[in-house]
Write a protein that binds this ligand. Sequence first.
Ligand SMILES: Cc1cc2nc3c(=O)[nH]c(=O)nc-3n(C[C@H](O)[C@H](O)[C@H](O)COP(=O)(O)O)c2cc1C
Length: 207
Amino acid sequence: MKLLNVQSSVRHDGSVSRRLSQAFINSWQTHQAEAKVISRDVGQNPPSHPTALWTQANYMPPKDRTPAMEVALQQSETLIEELLSADRLVLGVPMYNFSVPGTLKVYIDNVVRINRTFAFNPETQQFQGLVTGKKAVIITPSAGNFVVGTPLGDLNFCDPYLRSLLNFIGITDITVIPVPDQLMDDAIRQENFESAQQQLMALATQW
Ligand SMILES: Cc1cc2nc3c(=O)[nH]c(=O)nc-3n(C[C@H](O)[C@H](O)[C@H](O)COP(=O)(O)O)c2cc1C
């Protein structure tokens, strides 16, 4: 069983998403006979943005690509292979301005590619996700409370976006663990942190 751990907080020390992700992975590993964890830290080592050459290469049959185009797509190919090889996906995603961190968006731009992670059938006009048979957990802290279904939930373009995006590429078994109020007073911050931790520990036993 292979787990891909994608972290996107710009912080290391004090990062709520990193701390909870690591606790979850540690616990999950104790329930797996053979577990391999691959780390992709886009918060600390952001991928490059797609370029014009990248885009041209992306929409061209692989056999027609020039060597320069192959180079332009190399990082994207590495990230896609890594994603396709994983059975489980952990996403540490702090809310940044009601959405995902920019570095995670660049990662997404690199991995959501036609005929690699999704397909389009012109006859039926249907899209089809190609990243199937996986489970994902999204651990998403925020300073305030923008959890979907709460009064300010309409401002949340973070986990609803990720859920739609993962569905689009074929990942449908998704658990979202929000960790709201992480810059609020100590009691509420701690309560929400512990609640998230408990949910994650329970999930780790049967994930
Ligand atoms: C650039 C930036 C933008 C942020 N935007 C929001 C926001 O829109 N809503 C919110 O509740 N918190 C926001 N925060 C606070 C973080 O979501 C919160 O501190 C979270 O715990 C950060 O995750 P981490 O602890 O894993 O680093 C923002 C933080 C940063 C650095």
